[in-house]
Design a protein. Structure first.
Length: 290
């Protein structure tokens, strides 16, 4: 019969093996837990730490029951290993900042290049090069990157949504134009939940592409519609204004038609089949034909 003062048998809370079943195992009590979770095999705890640290031996690990942080001691290392370890830690800490700097630098010089190409495209190749050669280098380094930034910010101004709201607010007064534009001025059976005022979902990729391609489109439209204008800059400006206006009108009309389609939608009854195979809709159609 066991004595009252005899300590309880050790029990590993990972592999559930007792001290009696494995007498050669090394035991450790690494935290403040008592009872059945006090003891654990050294080898089981090492494997459990490997899973928690995920190849990062410097990560602190605590007991899942009492929250005590395990005290982990490493063997002494030589000076060369210590030096290499410090270098590895420094590189691990510095690499995220270096990567961020490379990304920022790449974006910056890409913006500078795009700004220079845009200037030559708008005012002409030779004149653009002449302007940039005479300009202050600091002004070019600060001014050229703002060109794509301003284009993206301008693309984010969604003036078409305000035009649609104004259209819908005063649509009842525009019944004279119902023959030209279908649905204008007619009473609606219902108003959608968002009132038709909700803007389109802003797509980052679509906004960037539209903003960065805009100078090329403005230059092309300017050549097609304003070929008699001698100045390349004036042609591009007029082409950009014309493109924005035409696109805006078409978008406003399209959004209004989407609103009308949403407002006039109907939900049909579920077709009920009878014993003869005909549905209620078939019977209604037959009655209407009769």
């Amino acid at each position: 019969m066991a004595s009252v003062d005899e300590p309880p048998e050790r029990h590993c809370w990972v592999c559930f093996v007792t001290e009696r079943e494995d007498r050669a195992a090394e035991w450790v009590s690494p935290c403040r837990c008592k009872g059945c979770t006090k003891w654990i095999h050294q080898s089981c705890l090492q494997r459990w730490l490997d899973e928690k640290q995920k190849s990062n031996s410097l990560t602190a690990v605590s007991c899942p029951q009492c929250g005590t942080e395990y005290r982990i001691v490493f063997p002494k290392m030589g000076p060369l290993v210590y030096f290499l370890q410090q270098v590895d830690r420094a590189l691990s800490r510095f690499s995220p900042f270096a990567a961020a700097g490379v990304v920022v630098g790449t974006v910056y010089w890409s913006a500078v290049t795009y700004g220079a190409v845009t200037v030559m495209q708008v005012v002409g190749h030779k004149k653009g090069l002449d302007v940039m050669e005479r300009a202050d280098p600091l002004f070019l380094l600060m001014g050229l990157p703002t060109i794509p930034v301003m284009l993206v910010l301008g693309k984010m101004i969604r003036w078409e949504d305000y035009a649609v709201r104004l259209w819908q607010r005063h649509s009842a007064k525009l019944q004279l134009f119902s023959a030209i534009l279908p649905g204008m001025g007619r009473p609606l059976p219902r108003v959608p939940v968002d009132g038709g005022h909700g803007g389109d979902h802003i797509s980052v990729s679509r906004t960037l592409c539209g903003a960065l391609v805009f100078p090329s489109i403005a230059s092309l439209v300017g050549r097609l519609l304003f070929s008699r204008v001698p100045s390349s800059l004036q042609r591009t400006v007029l082409g950009g204004i014309a493109f924005v206006a035409i696109k805006g009108v078409l978008k406003v009309y399209f959004k209004q038609q989407q609103f009308l389609i949403q407002a006039n939608r109907r939900i049909l009854n579920y077709p009920q089949h009878h014993s003869n195979g005909e549905t209620e809709e078939d019977e209604e159609e037959g009655a209407n034909e009769g």
